[in-house]
Write a protein that binds this ligand. Structure first.
Ligand SMILES: [Fe+2]
Length: 398
């Protein structure tokens, strides 16, 4: 039993096939009536913004400016531009509709407009925000990042060529809306990649050094749902029941890792994203089984083997779990995850190795291994990793 840990998730969820319809009521109860919408072109062209706008019909609320041009890599310039728009139009709340970049941008805007900040840099790091921000609603359009329940935001300052990291409980939205209509049009390759990101959140949450009994509960349940629904929904994107199950799994995995941390899959994935621009979910999918193999082989206490073994139950069900001897369960988990990757490759051509991405040169692996050692998540990996070990994992995944 852990001597001490914390667990916090104050985000209200509304979940359902018509969950969006509750937003005006929820906004009203937050004391707001003039929200600004922050989204991107992908959301607009998929017709998703319309669903949200329709929810406001007859509500008597005035939808504020709709900014629909958040780029894939959110930046300080966009955040400042949006904050001016919010102030010029006297908005009183923010609704973010999109994936990780849109949500992070909206979190940044909320800091600027709530704190009247001219220099966002002042609010980086942990504990810099001291009071609640403006009412904030998040509507995710992917089932993977878990950003609707995480207390961090990353925003790039392209002028200074640096990324700013914000961490605060006040960045959590007041409300997350999971509506099956919002992920129904997500293409199969993105469904696959974001779903594997969610699986990685849950697996790392369940096995990293920050794990605790409460985060375990969310991670365990998320893994079961992802195992049951990810492949079928990638085959049949219009299945709204499974879409809603995946949305919930992603949120649960987000709650889990937000309260436990992650491990080496994310460490290496962050660096591969930064250096080679491999999309995050794709990097997670590629690396997950290789990191599991490395950690398992170098597990000093046997705790890791124990944790991974337990995941056979939500992944493959009670019959397989019961009929597999304890010492083979962890290996079976890895084999199963490799099989998921193979199936997703067959369905969407999602790469299985770093080489298959076409974005990573073998000669870059040393640079990636070196840069990875500076990523904070490495300290939560259950097995110690230095340059040599990081390089070995990268080579195995190449
Ligand atoms: Fe992730």
């Amino acid at each position: 039993m852990k001597e001490y840990y914390e667990f916090f998730c104050p985000v209200k969820m509304v979940v359902g096939h018509k969950a969006l319809d509750h937003i005006p009521y929820e906004l009203d109860s937050l004391g707001a009536k003039h929200p600004m919408f922050i989204t991107d072109q992908g959301v607009v062209s998929a017709g998703l913004l319309k669903h949200v706008e329709n929810a406001f019909k007859n509500s008597g609320m005035i939808i504020g400016p709709v900014f629909d041009e958040v780029p894939a890599d959110s930046s300080l310039t966009v955040v400042n531009q949006l904050a001016s728009l919010y102030q010029d139009q006297s908005c009183d709340s923010i609704i973010a509709i999109g994936g990780g970049s849109v949500i992070d941008t909206a979190k940044g805007v909320n800091i600027v407009v709530s704190e009247q900040a001219t220099d966002l840099m002042k609010f980086t790091g942990a504990g810099a925000l001291k009071k609640p921000l403006k009412p904030f609603i998040v509507i995710p359009t992917t089932a993977g990042t878990g950003s609707e329940v995480t207390l961090v935001a990353v925003i790039a300052d392209h002028e200074k060529d640096q990324k700013m990291l914000f961490t605060s409980y006040f960045l959590l939205p007041n409300l997350a809306v999971l509506d099956s209509r919002m992920t129904l049009t997500l293409p199969p390759h993105l469904t696959a990649a974001t779903g594997m990101d969610a699986l990685t959140h849950a697996v790392e949450a369940y096995s990293c050094l920050g794990k605790n009994p409460l985060s375990d509960a969310y991670a365990f349940q998320a893994i079961g749902l992802i195992s049951q629904h990810l492949i079928p929904v990638t085959k049949n994107p219009q299945d709204k029941e499974r879409r809603l199950q995946m949305a919930q799994a992603s949120t649960m995995a987000g709650i889990a890792f937000s309260n436990s941390m992650v491990g080496l899959v994310h460490t290496l994935g962050h660096t591969i994203g930064a250096i080679c621009h491999v999309p995050h979910g794709m990097a997670m999918s590629i690396l997950l089984p290789f990191v599991l193999e490395y950690n398992l082989k170098n597990d000093p206490s046997g705790d890791y083997q124990q944790n991974i073994s337990q995941l056979l139950l939500p992944l493959l069900g009670d019959e397989v779990y019961a009929s597999t001897k304890h010492e083979y369960r962890a290996d079976k988990v890895i084999t199963y995850i490799k099989r998921m990757k193979e199936q997703l490759y067959q369905l969407t051509k999602m790469p299985r190795t770093l080489k298959e991405t076409g974005k990573v040169e073998e000669a870059q692996l040393e640079e990636i291994a070196q840069a990875s050692l500076g990523d904070a998540s490495i300290t939560y990996n259950p097995v110690e990793v230095e340059f040599k070990e990081a390089l070995a994992v990268l080579k195995s995944a190449y």
